[in-house]
Design a protein. Structure first.
Length: 370
């Protein structure tokens, strides 16, 4: 009996000495303690959580050498144990510049705001949210916004009777003010019918990312957002970091198109400014156009080209923000809701123009606690 007790005491002593206690403090990038961080011994059931001061203490069994730190809206970090004190700084998922660095689990933690006007995780949001980054755009080889939107499930393009190149969404025609299109948060739908011509506009070279909500958003974004909301965010001063010139040349059945964009960006401690100026001429088709009544018109050459020019700027200076968009699209229309347009200056078309000009000013100052 005594030998059995002695064996148990020796076994317990070896078990105790085989473990080690690791302590530490978890902070964010500003040096503030982070509470409720899950601290776990990797590949074991041992875990604990940090207190309000960011402190923790955990028992690590023999043979285990890695701690895993995780919390919602922070990147998961694994640290090899080399000492009995392990202090780390957690990185917020919102501080990561390239979303491709995030895991799928971390991506699903990014908060979005949809029509409910409540900040939610993507898996909790009632609408389908998509974000296309500049890296994806470059990999896809997109030329303009129409190429970018073809990457999104549910979107396809068509043409109305007035020769506007517009969106279908889940089989529903999205013109006449059903889809809101914004550049840096400023609406660019023309105000007569709420339309926007996507073909040959918004060059891909100046896009930082495209945010898309597939579903109703009128309660937060207004009447144009009936079935979808699209926000194009242009590159900022930190991405451009100086001047940039982009150009392209296209051919389409002996019709030539070209375009270019000049960008400039600057970011300092107090200033973040970027500006884009450009022009493009894009051929649409060289086929014969036939309307519902059987009238026809041969497109091609000058009659099918979309001519787009833009001036797009945004700036943030201290607490003051400014945005300005000026866009113009000239194109020839082949049909006026029933009949081919009579010849004008030898062409069976009418020259139309979609023009928008929007600006925003804001001043945000954080007030001291009262």
């Amino acid at each position: 009996m005594k030998s059995i007790l002695l064996f148990l005491l020796i076994f317990a002593a070896n078990f105790v000495f085989a473990q080690r206690t690791v302590t530490g403090i978890i902070t964010d990038k500003s040096g503030q303690p982070v509470s409720d961080v899950r601290v776990a011994v990797k590949n074991s059931n041992n875990q604990t959580f940090t207190n309000v001061d960011g402190k923790y203490s955990i028992e690590v069994p023999e043979g285990y050498r890695t701690l895993e730190f995780s919390k919602r809206e922070f990147r998961v970090q694994e640290v090899e144990i080399v000492d009995n004190v392990v202090n780390i700084t957690l990185t917020s998922i919102y501080d990561v510049k390239d979303i491709f660095e995030l895991s799928l689990e971390e991506l699903m933690q990014v908060e979005v705001i949809v029509a409910s006007k409540v900040s939610q995780k993507q898996e909790e949001a009632p609408s389908i949210v998509s974000v296309i980054t500049s890296r994806e755009i470059e990999m896809y080889g997109a030329r303009d916004i129409s190429d970018v939107l073809r990457m999104i499930p549910g979107f396809e393009f068509g043409m109305d009777v007035n020769s506007l190149f517009g969106l279908f969404f889940r089989g529903a025609w999205g013109f006449e003010g059903k889809i809101l299109i914004m550049i840096n948060g400023l609406c660019v739908n023309e105000l007569a019918y709420g339309n926007y011509n996507f073909f040959g506009t918004i060059p891909a070279s100046m896009i930082s990312k495209v945010e898309i909500i597939r579903g109703p958003g009128s309660s937060i974004y207004g009447g144009f957002a009936e079935v979808a909301t699209i926000n194009v965010i242009t590159k900022g001063g930190e991405e451009l970091n100086g001047g940039q010139i982009n150009s392209h040349l296209t051919t389409f059945h002996k019709n030539f198109g070209f375009g270019g964009n000049i960008s400039y960006g600057l970011k300092t401690e107090k200033v973040n400014i970027s500006a884009n100026v450009g022009y493009s001429q894009t051929p649409l088709s060289n086929r014969d156009y036939v309307d519902f009544a059987g009238n026809s018109f041969t497109m091609g050459n000058e009659s099918s080209k979309r001519r787009w020019w833009h001036v797009i700027t945004k700036a943030k200076i201290n607490d003051f923000s400014f945005g300005y968009n000026r866009n113009s699209l000239n194109f020839y229309a082949q049909d006026w809701f029933g009949n081919v347009v009579p010849q004008i200056n030898g062409n069976g078309t009418a020259l139309l123009n979609n023009f928008t000009e929007t600006a925003s000013f804001s001043y945000q100052k954080k007030m001291g606690e009262i």
